[in-house]
Design a protein around this ligand. Structure first.
Ligand code: FPP
Length: 230
């Protein structure tokens, strides 16, 4: 695909794990296990085709409302992935974690820091994993930082706020893909998605393949983005 038609930053809401499992009479956690596999495949594909940045929504600030078992299962899958990333590294991928780390276990946070440090110099795709992430929480957090940095009045600009978001330094998200048939944004990258294109797909996340990703890219390429112009 022509480079100008490729999104620089893709956001993915990994939705439908529970329904995927229910349909197969499996526990919800089985859906997350399969979802974590789909995540690995999708990230590899993004790196292979040269996507500059991809953000996956793994766990929201609202997901703590789920049962303890389900929360623990998701955190364990995340921890397993971090071990893998520390062990061999996604060689060309630079990993970042966005969200509030305050509620995550110390052990998990240490692993996240190690993966970020180990992959910081990689020059391929930047992969952001959103864990305990909420868009409103991120904006509030940035506002608090503006205040603690002593930024006031006219110095409070879009750039000044942008620099204090978890995604500081990354391009705005161009394309958001949400599988599972739901058509909501669910507090995901709400500041960064001001001009994003949305592609909603019926496939459940655990069944999401490289082909589905490419279909979303094709749909994106047909959209006429005007950014408020004519
Ligand atoms: C949404 O589906 C999915 C989640 C809240 C968890 C996503 C987590 C993973 C894919 C595994 C994380 C691991 C790594 C390595 C990133 P849902 O459970 O809300 O599905 P439903 O709407 O069908 O119930």
């Amino acid at each position: 695909m022509e480079n100008s038609l490729l999104p620089r930053h893709v956001g993915i809401i990994m939705d439908g794990n529970g329904r995927w499992a229910k349909k197969r009479l499996l526990p919800r956690t089985a859906g997350h296990v399969q979802g974590a596999k789909a995540f690995r495949k999708c990230l590899r594909h993004c790196a292979d085709i040269g996507i500059e940045c991809v953000t996956f929504y793994a766990f929201s600030t609202e997901n703590w409302k789920r049962s303890e078992d389900e929360v623990n299962a998701i955190m364990d899958l995340f921890s397993d992935y971090l071990d893998e990333a520390i062990g061999m590294g996604e060689k060309d991928v630079s990993m970042r974690f966005i969200g509030d780390r305050g509620r995550l276990s110390d052990k998990l946070v240490r692993k996240m820091e190690q993966v970020e440090a180990d992959t910081a110099a990689n020059t391929g795709t930047v992969c952001c994993l959103a864990v305990n992430y909420g868009g409103r929480d991120e904006i509030l957090n940035a506002a608090r930082k503006l205040i603690s940095d002593g930024v006031t009045g006219d110095d409070i600009t879009e750039e000044a706020l942008n620099e204090r978001l978890y995604t500081a330094g990354l391009p705005d998200v161009d394309l958001i893909i949400r599988p599972s048939g739901e058509q909501r944004i669910s507090n995901f990258l709400i500041w960064q998605a001001a001009y994003a294109e949305y592609v909603f797909m019926d496939v459940m996340w655990p069944d999401f393949t490289e082909k589905d990703f490419d279909l979303a890219l094709e749909e994106f390429a047909t959209r006429n983005r005007r950014f408020g112009g004519v």
